[in-house]
Design a protein around this ligand. Sequence first.
Ligand SMILES: [Zn+2]
Length: 246
Amino acid sequence: MQKVGYWMLCLVAITWFSVGGCQRQSVTSPEPIWRGANRPGFGVAPVPEPQAIQPPVVSLPPLITGNPWKPSVPLRDWKHIVIHHTASESGNVETINSAHLARKDSKTGKAWLGIGYHFLIGNGNGMADGEIEPTFRWRQQMHGAHAGVEEYNQHGIGICLVGNFENHRPSSAQLAAVKRLVGVLKSEYHISSSKVVGHRSVKSTACPGKLFPLDEIAQTNDLPLLGKRESELQLQFVKAEGSTLE
Ligand SMILES: [Zn+2]
């Protein structure tokens, strides 16, 4: 009887230890149940293997001065901008240069030096629509031969658009171009909107035509001068040349 009791006691002890061990395992390591959007990685783009990141090779762009037509010679003392039209339906710097070389100054009789404007803006016939081409007078910062009035020839930047704006408006490309050009020149040379005039404002002429939107162009907002170096703001002016009425 004592032997049976001993074996019963051993059986109870083994059962108790084995059950206790399993219970401890199930309590300390619960397996999480992931469902739907809660499961790991749901809706998240796979993360690529980490790699060595090479910095991009960047070459610095050239300094933007805001004035692509900046001349390489000392600036002239510009005070006005005078707008013209060619009153013709085609033309370019070469054809107008040839025509103006044949002209003579009404007072002095001296032949013109060439095209009288500082800038020409094309209309697609002779040069590209909206193309802006500076002439030798701008590159060399010379007086103009476009206004027929001393003050405006000496101190007025002459801009001419190819076309006859008595008959039609400038093309949209021409308007965009002349706005950009006038905006830069106003800002660069501190010319106010009231100093942007049509040829007819200074001389008896229809130029630049009744359909040219002069007020809209004159009011063009000044464009910011980006990346301007301080030294470049020390404007140097050349003294205006003597009297000339080419
Ligand atoms: Zn004119």
